[in-house]
Design a protein around this ligand. Sequence first.
Ligand SMILES: Cc1cc2nc3c(=O)[nH]c(=O)nc-3n(C[C@H](O)[C@H](O)[C@H](O)COP(=O)(O)OP(=O)(O)OC[C@H]3O[C@@H](n4cnc5c(N)ncnc54)[C@H](O)[C@@H]3O)c2cc1C
Length: 585
Amino acid sequence: MSGIPPPNIAIIGGGIGGAFAAAWLRNASVRHLDVYEASERIGGRTLATQDQDETWATVELGASMGITENRYILEAARSLGLATELRSEVSWRGGGRLAIVGAGRKLAFEEGAWKATTLVRLLSRYGGRTLYRLGQQGSEFIRNFSRIYAAQDDGRAFATVDELLAVGGLHEWPRRSCAEAMAVLFSDAAAPAATELVAGLMRNNYGQDWAPSGALCCFTAIAPLAAGGSAAAIGLVGGWEGLTRGLLQSSSRSRSRRGSAGEDDPAAATIGATRPQLHLSRQVTSVVTQDDGRFVLSFADGSSAARVYDHVVLAAPCPTLPATAEAHDESPNLLRRCAPVPYQHVYVTLVWGWLDPAYFGKSEHAASFNAKFSDVLVADAAGRSVPFLSIGRFDEQHAPPAFPSAAVSAHDSAECARLYAGAHDGAGAIPRWKLFSAHELSPSDLAPLILCHEERLTVRHAWTSPGAYPISRPRNLSSFVLHESVSGGLFLHPSAIEAATSAMEVVAVAARNAALLLVQRLAQIRRANRLRENAELHQKFVEANAARAEADAAPPKSQFPRGETPNAKVGKGECAAGERVQPGE
Ligand SMILES: Cc1cc2nc3c(=O)[nH]c(=O)nc-3n(C[C@H](O)[C@H](O)[C@H](O)COP(=O)(O)OP(=O)(O)OC[C@H]3O[C@@H](n4cnc5c(N)ncnc54)[C@H](O)[C@@H]3O)c2cc1C
């Protein structure tokens, strides 16, 4: 057993990536596993509205959906006892239909009331062959990505994003644009399947135009469609934030499962040998190496003493650091090794009210129009004519208190009163809409779109620091390894994968890769230490033997004066009387 103490590991970032990294490191023999989170809450980009009122369900403001093929997030949820729900089965999504806004804000596509109607509309608008190829490519993407799970189960770890993606044959995709990838599928880049379906999903999932984006990001956006649309989309009851919390914090429930958690159960981190220690409101501002190769972390508040670690995992986007002349310093801040990518700003607005059919060029009654739709996507042709990127429905069984109030604008107060009364007469719940937009939506942006909009009930959240997800472009990707120190210490950046595509499952995969890299490095260091210790022992043994041999060879200290020993006349090779010398003696 090595006399060297087990290492200390720091994880920077208390989002789902940091939580999974801590979880995957559960079995590593680590002395301290510290997770530093800059803000006062864990979860990062998994964030749900807090229950302002017990009767209102939470609504996701950040990541909201996984798909049935997302092995890690679903297994972790299961093992933590967290309930998942299929989007298609929840009651709070209204009629469940999808619409796509096109030119002149008219609906270019509407799902029908019957599956057969929808199919006919899909085939006539987008073409059977195109839809088939799109679905086939999406499914192939999911299958290829799944090959990474098998590699990780075999214990394989990768130093670069390219190497990890190569396992699924996906390594060229980040360098290819979505337009290039789609050109293989559609003979015409202006094909409605691209400019409406792919475009709408890219705006909804990544807030960006599809054509210049990276192909991997584009395929992540269409994967839910290929996986079966809303039938395959999965939410976590109470919000995905609960998964991050569950992975990081120990709970009595997970403790009681001790021993029952399988080898590959990331939730076991909360109950395994190494429980992560969470430090909130601790923003790491610098990581430098000291002479022995260990990493020193410093914090924004200055009041916290610097801490020393053998290995560090940056499970967060690259920080933007003020420019300094420190490049010439003896110990440059290793956070600067991180290659930043620009992030897309996204604004979320949660608003009660009814979508105004007139806004979409419809003359039907608001109640029936609203009863149909749960999702509204934006096609290229709608361009900048709408202020939102997508709209989704998340209503409640219970109306907000005193809704609508006298504050609702005079021009639609009569209509509001009718709609409100209708909702209470069983004509449907009062809809609550979640709008994603690239700019903050003002009350005057909402007024023409939402009937009975009440500003006092509107919830807003801005993803601006650094943003919601990287601006997707074809690009070369960085290494997961930001630095390797003289002592063998690793400074890893699993979030480097986000430059290719960003999703909870992708981040969990990168976190497992970081854990595998670390576990392998710890084993190497232990082996090297054992070899060194063995060599030292061997050296000591040789030296001790040599000393003994020397001592044995030296003439015994005489008790007689020189020349007066009893055998003084006995020469080399001659024995005293009665003695025999054996060979080798
Ligand atoms: C609006 C929106 C919708 C999305 N929808 C989906 C979806 O439906 N499905 C899906 O799979 N994904 C979705 N995503 C993407 C998904 O949220 C991210 O891929 C994932 O949450 C990233 O997790 P992370 O832990 O890597 O980063 P983050 O969640 O950003 O966590 C990083 C954490 O590190 C902290 N931190 C940063 N710097 C420091 C520092 N120097 N010191 C200490 N702490 C630091 C931050 O405060 C943060 O808490 C969505 C994202 C957004 C914003």
